[in-house]
Design a protein around this ligand. Structure first.
Ligand SMILES: [Zn+2]
Length: 138
């Protein structure tokens, strides 16, 4: 009995990107950028509505009420920040794609493994440099 239910296709580390791959990445990044822009606009509108609602009924709030509103507002603004960061990242990756520097680590300039780019198309650093940066930042 052969056990080969899972056929692995397209495996084999490809060195250098083909034009098709680059087109594919560009489409993925563009789609991601558009999605993030839409999400950002939506979150922005929600945030705005939240603020308006807050202004409207701030009179007679009890402590618990205003506490949960603060939490809601914090969550909304951290979402905005996250979306904005991701959008910038996608934009940055597209820029690098045009420059021809896409796929190379910004830290050590080694090629970023294709497997990583498939999962995180906007990654601009390899896993090692990413964790180094985070360690420094933290
Ligand atoms: Zn690196």
């Amino acid at each position: 009995m052969l056990v080969n239910g899972a056929v692995i296709t397209g495996k084999g580390a490809s060195k250098g990107r083909t034009a098709e791959e680059i087109d594919q990445i560009r489409a993925v990044l563009r789609g991601r950028f558009d999605d993030l822009s839409a999400e950002y606009e939506e979150a922005l509108a929600e945030n705005h509505a939240l603020r308006l609602a807050e202004m409207g009924d701030s009179a007679g709030d009890d402590q618990a009420d205003s506490g949960s509103k603060t939490a809601e507002r914090d969550a909304a603004s951290s979402l905005l920040r996250t979306l904005s960061d991701r959008r910038t990242q996608a934009e940055h990756a597209m820029q690098r794609l045009e420059d021809g520097t896409y796929g190379n680590c910004e830290g050590c300039s080694n090629p970023i493994p294709w497997e990583r780019l498939e999962i995180f198309p906007s990654a601009t650093t390899c896993v090692h440099c990413k964790s180094n940066r985070e360690r420094r930042a933290g």
